[in-house]
Design a binder for this molecule. Structure first.
Ligand SMILES: *Cc1c(COP(=O)(O)O)cnc(C)c1O
Length: 383
């Protein structure tokens, strides 16, 4: 085993001394989770109506600075609903990135929309504003105020950048490009709760942003998600659609649209409130860990990804970039064998059978990153 692999394993183990097998990201329930969940049970409101759902939505709006938040059953549902209320229609195109978790591309497909993948930036690992502009300029045209793909003839209705592993992408530049081309901007901020770009929380730069509270995210409520927006009409529509589009009435059961059972249950919201109270100290702790990793890995000659000058990242999952695919695989092999969980990047979306025919821009950086990226243990280190 190369000497720097050996010392990397020893270093990671020294940072998590109490773990026999060090997971990639485990949740921490060290706040008022049990108290709030017990309270929700006491109240008998455990399902999709209840005080904690409203409270959680208020807390999410406060945290992000968005005017409205709508709590959903998970992040995938949040993205599906955000794209629907953004006005994307079946057969239209949505530009996203190939370096993302499959949920991003799946949500696009739920609408019957077609994903198009552009490359990411090396310094943020998120959608490249430059590549987005290049793609639009070379393959698209504005007609009657809307953008059409000249290759497919379809309307480009939305853009979904993702803040990979919690590192904010250059979202202000992407927002300006989307405005210029009249494309709805929906941020997949599933991984970037507690991450800021130029002082603003991620998820609030476009029409809508979405979050996830799955078990492996920075905070979790078992399963959960949220949509944030400044647009009251969009927030109302999202709330309506996630609750079976039921028309409010004292006793009548009437529905005016095809709705979804996508609202976050109160039981999960109770847990989500308690977890969100912990977010500042979780993020502080994760940033401290990233600092220790940065110092260590620079001393052994392994590239460690850091935030850009404009960004404050939550360091959800810490990122190493190995020399090549061979070194990546060797590192993944020895770490996992040694009880240190590590993981490569997701297989790029255009390589998956469902998205094999998707148009893309060559994805030069994405392919380079896919060959080299390794996620290392990143759990909060508070007992
Ligand atoms: C986790 C995640 C989601 C989906 O969230 P769920 O709550 O698991 O449905 C969506 N997009 C990205 C990029 C994610 O990492």
């Amino acid at each position: 085993m190369p000497a720097n692999f050996e010392s990397a394993i020893a270093h990671i183990k020294s940072l998590y001394p109490d773990e026999e097998f060090i997971p990639l990201h485990e949740p921490k329930f060290i706040g008022r989770e049990k108290e709030y969940v017990a309270d929700a049970i006491e109240s008998t409101f455990v399902s999709s109506v209840g005080a904690y759902v409203n409270k959680f939505e208020g807390m999410m709006a406060d945290l992000t600075g968005a005017k409205f938040a709508v709590a959903t059953v998970n992040g995938t549902a949040a993205l599906h609903m955000a794209l629907l209320v953004a006005g994307v229609k079946q057969g239209e195109e949505i530009i996203s990135q190939a370096l993302t978790f499959v949920a991003t591309a799946n949500a696009i497909s739920y609408i019957g929309a077609i994903p198009v993948f552009v490359d990411v930036d090396m310094d943020t690992l998120g959608m490249s504003a430059e590549k987005l502009q290049d793609f639009l300029s070379s393959h698209c045209e504005l007609r009657n105020g809307f953008t059409y793909n000249k290759v497919s003839g379809r309307r480009v209705a939305a853009c979904v950048p993702m803040h990979s592993f919690g590192f904010p992408c250059k979202i202000d530049e992407i927002a300006a490009i989307c405005a210029e081309w009249n494309i709805a901007l929906v941020e997949d901020a599933a991984e970037s709760l507690g991450s800021y770009y130029k002082g603003k929380h991620t998820g609030v730069f476009g029409q809508l942003g979405t979050f996830s509270f799955n078990g492996n995210k920075t905070i979790t409520c078992g399963g959960g998600g949220a949509i944030v927006t400044d647009d009251e009409d969009l927030a109302k529509l999202a709330r309506h659609l996630t609750t079976q589009a039921k028309v409010p009435h004292a006793w009548e059961f009437n529905h005016d649209m095809i709705g979804y059972n996508y609202r976050m249950p109160n039981l999960n919201a109770a847990m989500a409130c308690a977890q969100l109270e912990q977010l500042p100290r979780f993020v502080e702790n994760k940033r401290e860990l990233a600092g220790l990793y940065r110092d260590f890995f620079s001393s052994v000659g392994i590239a460690f990804q850091t935030e850009t000058a404009d960004a404050q990242a939550n360091y959800w999952l810490n990122v190493l970039l190995m020399q090549d695919r061979g070194e990546r695989d060797a590192f993944l092999e020895v770490t996992n064998k040694s009880g240190v969980m590590t993981r490569p990047a997701w297989t790029l979306m255009h390589k998956l059978p469902m998205f094999r025919d998707a148009q893309h821009d060559g994805l030069q950086n994405s392919l380079w990153i896919e060959d080299r990226l390794v996620n290392i243990p990143s759990s909060v280190r508070i007992a």
